[in-house]
Write a protein that binds this ligand. Structure first.
Ligand SMILES: *Cc1c(COP(=O)(O)O)cnc(C)c1O
Length: 429
């Protein structure tokens, strides 16, 4: 399998090259040359096959022999080291809980897979690798957890100062060692712009190996298909509608890729907060990125979602096919809060604000169209302070958090200034 650039000017890359390179030189995103079709026998028997075996079948065609099968199995097995339970909240609606991993959010899966792939590919190259990651809250911790303590790898995390939660900040700023955390006085889009600029910097690239760890990296993006398979393993009945709380749209793009490979899903819903670039695009046909606005579901505060181009690519740019496969809705913070309160009082289920946006979208969709469905509970409610304000409890605090609270904060505050980051990287060479 090779990967081409969605801008179609850079040369195609193998899986290994795409993982190590992160992003093609022409500014596009890597996209697989073919979308593998899974045998229907696998789909039919899925519920009786261990998830690791299903996941291996899903990912193997993309890896295309760049990682030997026994190592790939080990990587998949280590990545899927925590449960992904499907929890029924009502007859119609179930939550796929993706927050039982090391940093309590779904990004642990993509980040865990990618860090293990980079570890495999990077071994013995002798060149220093810099992993540059812009985060709106969850990515940074998940990536850093995958790389912390690894020799020859430096992780640079950029996050928007004051725009992440107490627990996220703890997870981002307590690593130290080979993880440098920068608090940028700006937005997530500013952080992402700096990361892109570093990755494209010719001098830096000549002196070190720079790679991204955002969902644009295929090794972050592709394994996110796994949990859609986990959901269907636990699902009974007609193909579900699946609602995906979306920001940069990597998660949703992976789900749609899985469906394109044969996973039975009746429709996807892109559940967005006030950052409604994609819902407006679906309604009007015009794509109009704009600066992100801050919301209580801050991991989805993205004003120009990178992965929309991949979603479009899945359908060969055909808008009609896209519209029949996916709906998109935007919700305000007020609606999100009200949902958290309602669901807690009716189901005794604690939603985090991202999951709440996902719940709202599936509830509204099923009320209008009938059917049954799943929303992705993308993060643990304990990660978001607003949960306590809104419903008065965040549930039981996972033990891993108590340890972090005792660690010293290790981060550097900077202006929204790429040259400061560049200097910092140069100083580490
Ligand atoms: C990153 C994140 C999202 C958005 O996922 P994308 O792949 O960027 O669309 C949703 N919820 C949580 C909790 C996240 O961390």
């Amino acid at each position: 399998m090779h990967f081409y650039s969605t801008n179609r000017r850079s040369a195609p890359a193998s899986f290994r090259e795409a993982v190590l390179g992160g992003q093609p030189d022409d500014g596009g995103l890597y996209f697989p040359a073919e979308i593998p079709q899974l045998p229907s026998s696998l789909i039919e028997r899925m519920a009786s096959i261990p998830l690791v075996d299903v996941a291996l079948e899903v990912i193997r065609p993309y890896v295309g022999g760049d990682i030997p099968d026994d190592r790939l199995r080990q990587i998949v097995d280590e990545t899927l080291s925590f449960p992904l339970p499907l929890v029924a909240l009502s007859e119609r609606i179930s939550a796929l809980e993706l927050f039982h991993g090391p940093t309590l959010a779904f990004k642990d899966i993509g980040a865990g897979f990618m860090s293990r792939c980079l570890r495999y590919f990077g071994g013995g190259s002798g060149r220093r690798t810099f992993v540059i990651v812009a985060t709106s809250g969850d990515t940074g911790g998940a990536v850093a957890a995958g790389f912390h303590g690894l020799e020859g790898i430096e992780v640079i995390i950029l996050f928007p100062k004051g725009k992440v939660s107490r627990v996220q900040e703890l997870q981002l700023t307590t690593f130290g060692g080979n993880v440098t955390t920068l608090e940028v006085r700006g937005t997530f889009d500013d952080c992402q712009a700096i990361a892109k600029q570093m990755l494209a910097d010719a001098e830096l690239n000549a002196r070190a190996h720079l790679t991204s760890a955002n969902s644009i990296n295929v090794a972050r993006w592709l394994p996110q298909q796994f949990y859609y398979f986990a959901a269907l393993q636990q699902w009974q009945g007609a193909p579900p509608v699946i609602s995906v709380p979306s920001g940069n749209f990597g998660n949703l793009a992976a789900g749609m890729l899985a469906a394109r490979s044969g996973l039975p899903v009746s429709r996807f819903i892109a559940a967005c907060n006030a950052n409604d670039v994609v819902p407006r695009f679906m309604n009007s046909g015009s794509y109009d990125p704009r600066p992100a606005v801050a919301t209580i579901s801050n991991a989805m505060d993205v004003g120009s979602p990178s992965n929309l181009v991949r979603i479009s690519e899945i359908f060969g740019g055909d808008r009609e096919q896209l519209s029949s496969a996916m709906a998109a809705k935007s919700y305000s913070d007020e609606e999100t809060r009200r949902t958290m309160v309602d669901v807690y009082s009716h189901c005794k289920y604690i939603l985090d604000p991202h999951g709440a946006v996902g719940y709202l979208a599936i509830d509204e969709y099923l009320s209008a169209n009938g059917g049954r469905g799943i929303f992705l509970a993308t993060a643990h409610p304990v990660k978001f302070d607003v949960v306590l304000d809104v419903i008065g409890t965040q549930g039981n605090e996972p033990e891993s958090l108590a340890d972090l609270a005792h660690k010293p904060k290790q981060s550097v505050e900077i202006d929204n200034d790429p040259s400061a980051v560049r200097d910092m990287i140069l100083a580490k060479l």
